[in-house]
Design a protein around this ligand. Structure first.
Ligand code: ATP
Length: 464
């Protein structure tokens, strides 16, 4: 390690001397001679420097279309444990859910590791953009990190093949285990004006076990999700992007949001809660979706309320010619149905893997058929009023009861009225930890009888 350090000191002195002499000469020679000399000096310096560099930038792409580099992320993960052992200056942070501090290399810090007898130097640098823009995405465009790998050029072959393969493989393995052990994140696109997405740790305790619905239907959904998550080879074989769309529809309080939370918990995917009304145009929508991660669920809740995405468009189409319709829909909102279809279904959708889209609505009949056709929304799931099976799930969870003489009365009542699972849960839930299960069941019966009575009165009024 010291020999590499000594060499760099020696090399630095030599370069410094050459530059000094060159600066002196420059003052006395004409410009064209100076240009000629600088080209030569550059070549001499390159020749004298036996070390090579490979740089990994934090972001790839250009302008506003930056994407976090996968290679950088893998290298960063690989260097994590090495930094805490080798670096003299470290950054420390607390990772939520972990008792220990996590360490990484500080800015401009270097570490040297030995790989099969070869010394390899890693350093963390920073590029700060000179032009301070006032765009919505300053963090990505103005301050970017890069990791640089330095080694002797006689090891070029080994470093660019076996060493880097080893780095990327180990980094990816570490990333996978970090993702498995970390908390699911809930991202939102309208919480912070300086970031595309802000996130919180998603700590919702609901799982599929808590969902009150027909057990066979629940199992079908679980199987579908698990098959999807293991479907890498299948999607490659059929030549389609690895993505799946779910449409959850049904009245309020039937568990659509709880279903999304359960899906994320089952697959350990992050959730991107996309608030369409906060998106100003199709291009911003594209940018937002381009910056979501693989293994994630993008959710658009109450899609019927989100801009002009309902079958109004279909009706208009019949009445007016196409150009006029496009103009009008542009006036209504900048995010158009075709813009949305393009990001979930077009070429852009193939830029990521293992992605789920979930749309929810209380009014499925209002949606444009183009939005929900099979292939786009692969699975349509009706979340409906509470069934006797649903009630049994709540009774088991809240009261630890699997049977009771009052269950029969409840079975008949639930069959006769339309009551949402949310209402059943609300009325059955014990008012205090000590509440008697008999009392809880009686409360539910009273509530169901009241609903039945109200429905009867309403029907009579409508008849009159
Ligand atoms: N099928 C269900 N299983 C278990 N709990 C449910 C179910 N449906 C509703 N709930 C309970 O009712 C509450 C509201 O449910 P949730 O928000 O998931 O319904 P939703 O269909 O998304 O409603 P909305 O359409 O109004 O957004 C939750 O606290 C949840 O615990």
């Amino acid at each position: 390690m010291s020999s590499m350090g000594e060499f760099f000191m020696g090399l630095g002195t030599l370069m410094g001397s050459i530059m000094f002499v060159y600066t002196m000469i420059q003052q006395f020679v004409p410009q064209h001679v100076s240009d000629y000399l600088s080209a030569y000096i550059y070549r001499i310096m390159e020749f004298a420097n036996p070390y090579m560099e490979i740089r990994f930038d934090e972001f790839t792409g250009g302008g506003d279309w930056l994407k976090l580099s996968k290679a950088y992320t893998a290298v960063e993960a690989y260097l994590g444990p090495k930094s805490s052992k080798l670096a003299k200056r470290l950054k420390a942070r607390i990772v939520k859910g972990d008792k220990n501090l996590a360490f990484s290399m500080d800015d401009y810090e270097e570490i040297v590791e030995d790989f099969e007898g070869v010394q390899i130097r890693w350093s963390l640098g920073m590029t700060v953009s000179k032009t301070k823009s006032f765009s919505r995405y300053p963090s990505a465009t103005e301050e970017r990190q890069h990791l640089t790998l330095k080694f002797h050029r006689r090891h070029r072959e080994m470093v660019t093949t076996s060493y880097l393969n080893h780095v990327i493989r180990e980094g990816k393995e570490r990333l996978a285990s970090m993702i498995e052990n970390r908390h699911i994140r809930l991202y939102s696109n309208n919480a912070n004006e300086y970031k595309l997405w802000s996130h919180v740790e998603f700590e919702h305790p609901v799982t599929f076990d808590h969902l009150a619905m027909d057990p066979a239907k629940k199992q079908e959904i679980i199987d579908d999700l698990l098959t999807f998550s293991k479907g890498r080879d299948y999607y490659l074989k059929i030549g389609k992007p690895w993505k799946r769309g779910y449409l959850l529809y049904g009245p309020p309080g039937t568990g659509k949001s709880s279903m999304i939370a359960s899906m994320a918990k089952l697959l350990n995917y992050d959730i991107y809660d996309l608030e369409l009304t906060a998106v100003t145009c199709n291009s911003e929508l594209k940018h937002l979706l381009h910056n979501t991660s693989n293994k994630s669920i993008t959710v658009i809740e109450d899609v019927d309320c989100s801009l002009d995405l309902t079958n109004k468009r279909e009706k208009k189409k019949k009445e007016e010619d196409k150009d006029k319709e496009e103009e009008e829909s542009d006036e209504d909102s900048k995010v158009t149905l075709s813009g949305l279809l393009n990001v979930i279904d077009g070429l852009w959708s193939a830029c990521s893997k293992e992605r789920i889209f979930v749309f929810t609505t209380n009014y499925v009949e209002k949606l444009d058929p183009a939005l929900i056709r099979r292939g786009r929304m692969d699975k349509h799931i009706e979340m409906s009023f509470c069934s006797y099976e649903g009630f049994k799930v709540f009774a088991k969870i809240y009261l630890d009861l699997e049977s009771h003489e009052l269950f029969d009365t409840i079975r008949h009542l639930i069959h006769e009225v339309k009551v949402s699972p949310a209402d059943v849960a609300e009325n059955l839930m014990p008012k205090s930890i000590e509440s008697d299960s008999q009392v809880c069941l009686q409360n539910l019966i009273k509530a169901l009888e009241k609903i039945k009575e109200d429905e009867k009165l309403k029907a009579e009024e409508e008849e009159e």
